[in-house]
Design a protein around this ligand. Structure first.
Ligand code: ZN
Length: 340
């Protein structure tokens, strides 16, 4: 009897020790994981991180036909890639509407409405599947995926002066450096030189231009941005599309001043998006950029913090946006304005 009891106590002790070891291992693994995540975030200071879901407000879709200026949404894939058009066309419509919602929320502050003009067919946002002439390997291994995609799209006739293209390329683009380290590109746009003239003939008031989103796996997006691709995509669309409409001019009061590869700049009056700021165009263009603390927070997103750098439908007479290129100006061919 005593022997049995002793054995039982022994067993209980062993089981308790094993359970404790397992708990200890689990906790230390979690700590290591959290630490790795923190280290990662430290190394990636300019990458947004979202903790809030994106609803993006609402807008009335500004459907346009071939006779007017508009965004045309393309789903593009290499000739040897499997088509994801069915699923992606639904997603793209949703992402675009959310992007449009962020813009419209900004216009509402001025008792106005604003919608991105977009090409529709039968009253619905049109998404076109484009099969590119080359292989997936050809595009992804190019040192300039954006360049070869633009060349292919141009050849296929997606080069109209009244169109700016929002392109989801269902493949990866390699070679975007973040802090000197090669990473897959998440999004990009075509670049033009500075033009801050408030005239209808401003170079940003004409197409063709291309705002690209690339296929990036969810783990990578989550790791870099702390958000799912679905949450991030509307912001990426509006960010890149705003670049193609001329945001942020280097003459703007809060444009990033550092030398940069990018000819279209960002703003620095609000912290980098998701890193304490809400302006979708504020982002570092170089080491040591100093950011102001206006429009801080995580949400809701704003389309020009204090409306003094790139978007203001009713600028004060004599102010920067009343005298320089302004995406909120009635001159902008690619946005439809109305009363709220
Ligand atoms: Zn940008």
């Amino acid at each position: 009897m005593i022997l049995v009891k002793k054995n039982l106590i022994k067993r209980i002790i062993i089981i308790t020790v094993v359970i404790n070891v397992v708990i200890f291992l689990a906790i230390s693994a979690k700590i290591t994981f959290e630490k790795t995540k923190e280290e990662f975030a430290k190394r990636m200071p300019s990458i947004p991180s979202f903790s809030m879901p994106l609803s993006g407000g609402s807008s009335k879709t500004a459907c346009s036909d071939t006779s007017d200026y508009h965004a045309k949404i393309l789903y593009a894939r290499a000739k040897d890639a499997t088509s994801g058009f069915g699923e992606m066309s639904t997603k793209l419509r949703g992402w675009f509407k959310s992007a449009d919602g962020i813009l419209n929320e900004e216009a509402k502050k001025f008792n106005m409405s604003a919608s991105l003009k977009v090409f529709c067919e039968n009253g619905e946002i049109s998404i076109t599947e484009v099969i590119l002439p080359n292989t997936e390997k050809f595009y992804s291994s190019s040192s300039d995926t954006r360049g070869v995609l633009v060349a292919a799209l141009t050849t296929l006739g997606y080069n109209k002066k009244n169109e700016k293209y929002i392109v989801y390329y269902d493949g990866s683009a390699l070679g975007c450096k973040i802090n000197g380290v090669d990473q897959p590109c998440v999004s990009q746009q075509t670049e033009k030189g500075p033009d801050d003239r408030l005239i209808e003939g401003n170079v940003y008031n004409l197409g063709p231009d291309y705002a690209f989103l690339y296929k990036v796996d969810d783990v990578t997006v989550q790791q870099y941005f702390g958000a799912s691709y679905d949450m991030l995509a509307p912001v990426l669309i509006l960010h890149e599309y705003a670049h193609t409409m001329g945001a942020v001019q280097s003459s703007a009061p809060h444009s990033t001043k550092k030398e940069s590869q990018s000819k279209q700049k960002h703003c620095n009056d609000s912290p980098t998006l998701g890193k304490g700021g809400t302006d979708i165009m504020c982002k570092s263009d170089g080491e040591g950029e100093v950011f102001g603390n206006a429009c801080s927070g995580m949400y809701p997103f704003v389309f020009d913090c204090n409306n003094d750098d790139y978007f203001n439908p009713k600028p004060e007479p004599g102010s920067y946006l009343a005298t320089h290129w302004n995406l909120g100006s009635e001159l902008n061919h690619f946005i439809q304005f109305g009363e709220k």
